[in-house]
Design a protein around this ligand. Structure first.
Ligand code: ADP
Ligand code: ZN
Length: 761
């Protein structure tokens, strides 16, 4: 920008902050999507050039400080997707930028093929030269080394610490003991930062133990590098249904395909075969999964099938790892990107196929502003790229199923499991009947007890699902009826016996349980509603020698512990698994032959029009855990409502029947998929303030064709001392978009919008 010949024109710059674009003077022709550094007041900020500003403000404009990239890092179609998402979800593009580009990513550009520094072209505004170089690079990443200094990438990732298994020295210091214990508890391996935090010790303690050979420190550059060894390719011969599904997906046009098939029916093999075809013609694959922690075997399969071409987008993993993989995506041109929700915004180019596995999963929807739905945006992305998208599931969302029934999506189905595995037999236990016989509440019906004992005797595994953690759900005074609630939230406290605390599951508030009722003073406090902790205890009393493992959010708080537990279960080191819905997903336990659901209709009591759908999905999923390998499985569902369609259709494992029975209700009540919803949520220090904000918003609304419900108290009206009110808008999508356009919300105001809400809590 030093050269006088470069003309400066008003240009919009999107900052990585929740603000609309600002206008600066930038070299004419600066490509859209190039990162720039600008001054905002007196500080420096990073932004993206968004093209000339047709209506620049009258004030005197400042020039850019620096152009960081010679050519755009973000592909134009991704910027289009962001613009769409910003309009649709009522947020700024700035809110979406961090999903595509880690802020820390600052590459050092070096030279073009003739050895001319790129800054030479940049400073002279020779954007055409740079653009051509950029295009060449994006086509063929192998020319990269000449363009880019890769030292930043070579520095590698975070460090992992492992126990070496060397014999314990006779004496260790207390700090060393803490470190060794923390490692042992974590199963022998932890990331260095987590270990130091867990043990509360400094690096010198670690260094001493390393010198003595007790522990080993390993650089973890790339998670896949390790998996690469483990994965073995097992190319299968697709069976007829899979072949039909595969051939029903034309690769050269946008269309949404719904692939419905029970767990284990071979959907993943179909995605793999499609990916194979797409990669063969030089296009790329975007592959979304609901949760990365549960997909180790998928990553192995991918890496084995497409060695060196896969990058992974982690959420919740170390920033170093995350950037490492995004960097591979940007600089190395990884051809297949697999990741969770935010991966839908990954800077992948030339996409030829989008896969969304388990498309019905709620984790695709963000529960924080901006509340994007990755599956829905993935569809938009495929449309922009002009490529097919495959949504897969055993129990598709009713939205997707309805779209397939009405011809908007194309449907392919896999009805059989491959030879060698069979669907388990599912039976119901009527808990009302069990209560009549036993004359008291029954946690395990006799049938389930008998089945558990038999399974143990055969040396096979059982899984018990109860979707409620803690020991007792809440405490109540039998004398006055008071329930012990959270002082900050409108819910009751849950008793955790392990650490002797009453705890709020919303805000984390905890207290030592009182001896007597704080209201009436009677010592008649009583726990109500068993949780996983209590069920585990009961099982230990019933089967003292069985190896029992509980997996819920309380036992898996530490990173890696869920994976370690699941691995132990997979390798047969566990007889009885007990836990919450995290057990229902993703894993194959070869010796698991009994699944028991303690209370199948627990989820039906939630005031949410999707309660039946979610219950059906959960029961079908957990039932699918049994008998996936050679051993036949048995599933026992305990229920108080044996006639509810969510239960009866789960019993028959009949998704189609469930959908056919549920959709008319949705239509009658005017719920999705027959209409769209926008939930406006207000939060304030008083209920009146929250209500007032929504009332005022409601008064202002001028868009026709809407039904407006509320303001109403949210189901949990107070969380962390803030009062919450809801206003629900029902109507056609276009009308709801019109509301956003005509009545934009202050980014930091008291009202937030949630389009296509999944969670009404
Ligand atoms: P899904 O994705 O529907 O759960 P997968 O594709 O993971 O199912 O298949 C389940 C198991 O069956 C996997 O181990 C897979 O390798 C195997 N499998 C799938 N299709 C075939 C086939 N045509 N022949 C042999 N094995 C298959
Ligand atoms: Zn609370």
């Amino acid at each position: 920008m030093t050269a006088d010949s470069v003309k400066l024109v008003p240009t919009r710059v999107q900052l990585n902050r929740p603000l609309p674009p600002l206008t600066y003077l930038a070299p004419e022709g600066l490509p859209v999507g190039v990162r720039v550094r600008v001054k905002v007041r007196n500080s420096l900020a990073l932004g993206l050039a968004m093209g000339p500003d047709p209506n620049p403000p009258a004030a005197k404009l400042r020039p850019l400080e620096l152009v960081l990239d010679p050519f755009p890092l973000l592909p134009p179609k991704l910027l289009e997707l962001q613009a769409f998402a910003a309009r649709y979800y009522g947020c700024l593009e700035a809110h979406l930028l961090p999903l595509s580009l880690p802020q820390a990513l600052l590459p050092n550009w070096e030279a073009d093929e003739e050895g001319q520094p790129l800054s030479f072209h940049r400073d002279r505004g020779r954007w055409d030269v740079l653009q051509a170089l950029g295009e060449a690079w994006h086509r063929d990443p192998s020319i990269l080394p000449t363009l880019l200094h890769r030292s930043a990438l070579r520095r590698g990732g975070p460090t992992e610490v492992r126990l070496t298994g060397a014999p314990h020295p006779p004496r260790v210091t207390p700090a060393q003991a803490r470190l060794l214990l923390a490692l042992e508890e974590a199963g022998g391996t932890l990331m260095e930062a987590d270990l130091l935090e867990a043990a509360g010790v400094g690096t010198s303690v670690l260094a001493t133990l390393e010198k003595r050979g007790q522990v080993q420190r390993l650089k973890r550059v790339d998670l896949l590098a390790q998996r690469r060894e483990a994965g073995t390719d097992r190319t299968v011969l697709l069976h007829d249904e899979q072949r039909v599904a595969l051939d029903s997906v034309p690769l050269d046009a946008f269309a949404v395909h719904l692939l419905q098939g029970v767990t284990g029916s071979g959907k993943t093999e179909v995605y793999l075969a499609l990916a194979d075809r797409v990669l063969a013609v030089g296009k790329r694959v975007l592959w979304l999964v609901p949760e990365i922690g549960l997909t180790t075997s998928l990553l192995e399969r991918l890496e084995a099938r497409f060695p060196g071409r896969v990058a992974v987008g982690h959420a919740g993993l170390n920033a170093g790892e995350k950037h490492g993989d995004v960097a591979r995506l940007l600089f190395n041109g990884a051809d297949l990107f697999v990741g969770v929700r935010n991966a839908v915004m990954a800077p992948l180019r030339d996409i030829g196929l989008v896969v969304v596995d388990e498309e019905q999963e709620g984790s695709y929807k963000s529960e924080e502003h901006p509340r994007i739905h990755a599956r829905d945006l993935a569809i938009k992305r495929a449309q922009l790229e002009g490529c097919p998208i495959v949504l897969g599931s055993a129990t598709p969302s009713l939205e997707s199923w309805h779209a397939a029934q009405t011809g908007r999506y194309r449907l392919a189905r896999l009805k059989e499991r491959p030879a060698g595995s069979t669907l388990p037999a599912v039976e119901l236990v009527d808990l009302r009947e069990a209560y009549r016989v036993a004359r008291r509440k029954v946690v395990f019906a006799p049938v389930l007890l008998k089945a558990l004992a038999e399974t143990l005797a055969k040396g096979e595994q059982s899984l018990l699902l109860l979707n409620r953690r803690g020991y007792e759900n809440f405490w109540m005074c039998r004398a006055c009826g008071k329930t012990l609630g959270c002082p900050h939230c409108a819910i009751s406290l849950t008793y955790h016996r392990g650490d002797y605390r009453l705890r709020c599951h919303l805000c984390g508030h905890e207290t030592v349980p009182p001896e007597a009722c704080p209201d009436c003073g009677a010592d008649h406090l009583r726990g109500v509603g068993e949780g996983t902790e209590q069920v585990e205890e009961m099982l230990r009393q019933l089967h003292p020698t069985a190896r029992i493992l509980r997996l819920d959010r309380d036992t898996t708080r530490r990173r890696g512990s869920l994976e370690a537990g699941l691995l132990a279960a997979e390798s047969g080191e566990v007889d009885i698994l007990v836990g919450t819905q995290m057990l229902a997903k993703g894993h194959t336990f070869p010796r698991l032959t009994l699944v028991g659901v303690i209370n199948a209709d627990q989820g039906l009591k939630v005031a949410d029009f999707r309660a039946a759908e979610r219950t059906f999905q959960l029961l079908t999923q957990v039932a699918g855990r049994a008998g996936r390998a050679a051993l036949p499985g048995r599933v026992i569902l305990q229920t108080y409502s044996p006639d509810h369609p969510a239960i009866t259709f789960a019993l028959a494992q009949d998704f189609e029947g469930f959908a056919a029975s549920e959709l008319p209700f949705r239509e009658g009540l005017g719920y999705p998929p027959f209409t769209a919803l926008s939930l406006y949520r207000a939060e304030a220090d008083t209920p009146a303030e929250a209500r007032g904000a929504l009332e005022a918003f409601r008064q202002r609304l001028t868009v026709p064709n809407l039904r407006v419900l509320g303001p109403l108290e949210a189901p949990v009206p107070r969380v962390k001392d803030r009062w919450r009110m809801h206003l629900l808008l029902k109507g056609p999508r276009a009308a709801l978009s019109e509301v956003l356009a005509r009545h934009p919300l202050e980014p930091s105001g008291s009202i937030q919008v949630d389009r296509d809400p999944l969670n009404f809590g």
